[in-house]
Design a binder for this molecule. Structure first.
Ligand SMILES: [Zn+2]
Length: 211
């Protein structure tokens, strides 16, 4: 079973990926991870990707999809994969379909972890980080003191309400056409309510997958 995960920023997709993988007996695959290991191992595609990264350019979809395809053909993914953040656009969805077809597989389901936007702004807005040692804190205000090193807590620019709303708008704009594409192409597409305990959310996700 191959499941593609989507999630608004702050919806906990990264927490759910390994839990779902364990329940389903499949591997997790995140683009950043396979890209890093391919460049580290110096595979032909890894070398190609590194050339782009060294120039400060984005690695093209076709190189990334090649690396993802190589990873998926390994034994750890024989039973399938939880694909975390692998597809973000319709061209990437089409590319992924070609990669999976070669392996005689397909995306069986697409799960989108969803939370009300105001709740996300509230959650991420409650996040601060020590400006000195980078320790993250929840529910602490900017300007307070870090317990670990005495540094001053600050809010990341990314976590300012305006920036969060902007990221949410980008997510909405990018993903809506991708969901439509998967519906047209026969995948099970479901939205999972991501408010609640980690266990609750995992249970809902598995139910959406028919488990
Ligand atoms: Zn600190």
């Amino acid at each position: 079973m191959n499941v593609l995960l989507f999630g608004k920023p702050g919806a906990g997709k990264g927490t759910q990926a390994p839990l779902l993988a364990k329940s389903l007996g499949v591997g997790t695959l995140a683009t950043g991870d396979v890209l890093r290991s391919a460049t580290r191992e110096g595979t032909p595609l890894g070398k190609k990707a590194k050339e782009f990264m060294d120039r400060g350019d984005l690695v093209p979809d076709e190189v990334i999809l090649g690396i993802v395809g190589e990873a998926l053909s390994r034994p750890g993914y024989a039973r399938g994969a939880i694909l975390d953040g692998v597809v973000r656009t319709v061209p990437q969805a089409e590319g992924m379909q070609r990669v999976l077809q070669k392996l005689n597989r397909k995306v069986d389901a697409v799960l989108a972890f969803d939370i009300d936007n105001d709740e996300i702004v509230r959650r991420l807005g409650g996040r601060t980080v020590c400006g000195n040692c980078q320790t993250p804190y929840m529910g602490r205000a900017p300007g307070e003191t870090c317990e670990k090193c005495g540094g001053t807590l600050m809010r990341r620019k990314d976590d300012e309400p305006e920036a969060i709303r902007n990221r949410l708008a980008v997510y909405q704009e990018q993903t809506a056409p991708v969901f439509d594409w998967y519906k047209r192409n026969g995948a099970r597409v479901a939205t999972v309510d991501a408010v609640g305990t980690v266990d609750d959310i995992t249970r809902r996700a598995l139910k959406a997958l028919g488990r």
